[in-house]
Design a protein around this ligand. Structure first.
Ligand code: ARG
Length: 458
């Protein structure tokens, strides 16, 4: 018989059992469910709501059940619907009436809210560690490439020269914001809902703060309806995960481009590439492509969760069981992508020569040629026009600006002098941009040093 079978005269249709059951996917919260029940039982005993001896027996037996689940000795049952009732059923089978006392002053509605908060807190912690590792990898990549000049782009057109270190450190900023977003989201997840009951709290003198502190929560929820019907923290996490995937995907998109023959800026290690079953020459950046592809499913989960919640009257509705699969899959996806991405970028080969060649072609020093004229007194708009004409001339004559003879320079403007060659060298273009946040070697070195300190305090 069902744990709730008292008022029923017929068994549930088999199809409904399967349809209703969430054990297939919520069994992964077994540890949080058991820890939550242990804290609840201990509190019930402490408050004299159930006999102390029962409370102790429940806690002890739950510990044994946990160990049995972890050593693979337990098979969950579809009939018992979800992880909460599966655990309670196991407990009651083992200790009878004492086990039946566990659910006093509690509903599955506040129980599931507790479990999912605990589970998401644990997973957030793991994702934070992975992000921090990635930040460390980005720093060490950057450290090796403060002199590696490459073209910076806007509109995917060559714009101005930067260094690979500067480019990599842009991603340090993005992923460190992801750390900060997750840390913030965890604060709102870290609120303990037990005591909300089904929706209207309970008549038992529960000690909610005791349970909260036992389980490591910072505070308790302040409204029983909200306590059981709030899934904002699930949506927020899905949103944080979507932004992480968006960042990974942008970097992957660049790596895919850069791995092409046309760019040849980077080469993925053989261990992080795959071949083609028909074209023997191929070495494909599948890992980067798959991460880019998986971004779509995480975005989809965010949209799914928002849509599931949008029409729900207060308080709990069974629709909310549909929060689990999307958020679990979003978490699994991010946890799958971060380590493989980390190792892929840690092992990729950077083709310095091609990056430099790329920076030199495409007139990335045109701004600097104009700035040269400005520093010698020409208004910027006029300088812009002079250099624009120079670029056109260069294109027609199949050369770069730095390949101009002094005569060619003079023909464009008599302001030009011998020092123009140094003024528009790639090194000068990069290192002259020594403003805070700029690509100059000294600034990037400072940014890296600063990033190391920031990483320690994350
Ligand atoms: N399996 C349910 C969920 O994941 C647990 C809560 C069910 N509560 C209820 N009264 N049916 O949301």
């Amino acid at each position: 018989m069902k744990l709730w079978g008292g008022r029923f005269q017929k068994p549930t249709d088999k199809k409904v059992d399967d349809f209703n059951s969430s054990i297939r996917f919520d069994s992964r919260m077994y540890k949080q469910d058991i820890q939550g029940s242990m804290a609840h039982a201990e509190m019930l005993g402490k408050q004299g709501i159930i006999p102390k001896a029962d409370s102790e027996l429940i806690v002890k037996t739950l510990g044994e059940i946990l160990a049995d689940i972890e050593s693979g000795k337990v098979e969950f049952e579809i009939d018992a619907e979800d992880i909460h009732m599966n655990v309670e059923k196991l407990l009651t089978e083992r200790i009878g009436d004492a086990g039946k006392r566990l659910h006093t002053g509690r509903s599955r509605n506040d129980q599931v809210a507790l479990d999912i908060r605990m589970y998401l807190k644990d997973e957030t912690e793991e994702i934070l560690q992975m992000l921090k590792k990635l930040l460390g990898t980005i720093i060490s990549l950057a450290e090796q490439h403060t002199d590696t000049i490459m073209p910076g782009y806007t509109h995917l057109q060559k714009a101005q020269p930067i260094t690979f270190a500067h480019h990599a450190m842009a991603y340090f900023e993005m992923f460190s914001r992801d750390v900060s977003r997750l840390t913030d989201c965890r604060k709102r997840t870290n609120v303990m809902p037990l005591g909300s009951g089904a929706l209207a709290g309970t008549t038992y003198p529960l000690d909610r703060e005791f349970v909260a502190s036992k389980l490591g929560f910072g505070s308790v929820t302040q409204n029983s309806l909200d306590g059981v019907s709030d899934r904002d923290f699930v949506i927020e996490l899905a949103s944080c995960l979507s932004v992480i995937m968006m960042h990974l995907s942008r970097f992957c998109e660049e790596l895919i481009l850069w791995s092409s023959h046309e760019f040849a800026f980077v080469e993925m290690d053989d261990a992080f590439s795959t071949g083609s079953s028909i074209m023997p020459q191929k070495k494909n950046p599948d890992v980067a492509e798959l991460i880019r592809g998986k971004t779509g499913r995480v975005y989809g989960h965010l949209m799914g969760l928002l849509t599931t919640m949008k029409g729900l009257p207060l308080a709990y509705n069974k629709d909310m069981q549909e929060d689990k699969e999307p958020i679990f899959d979003a978490i699994d996806t991010v946890k799958l992508c971060l380590p493989v991405f980390n190792d892929m970028i840690a092992t990729m080969k950077i083709n310095k020569d091609n990056m430099l060649k790329g920076a030199k072609g495409g007139f990335t020093n045109a701004t600097d040629a104009a700035d040269y004229l400005v520093k010698k007194g020409l208004p910027f708009r006029s300088a812009h026009e002079v250099v624009g004409k120079m670029v056109l001339y260069a294109i027609n004559n199949n050369k770069t600006i730095d390949e101009f003879t002094m005569q060619e320079f003079k023909a464009c403007s008599d302001i030009f002098d011998e020092d123009i060659y140094d003024a528009i060298s790639m090194e000068t273009c990069v290192n002259g941009r020594n403003i805070t946040g700029g690509p100059a070697k000294e600034m990037v070195e400072k940014a890296i040093a600063d990033a190391k300190t920031r990483l320690k305090s994350l």
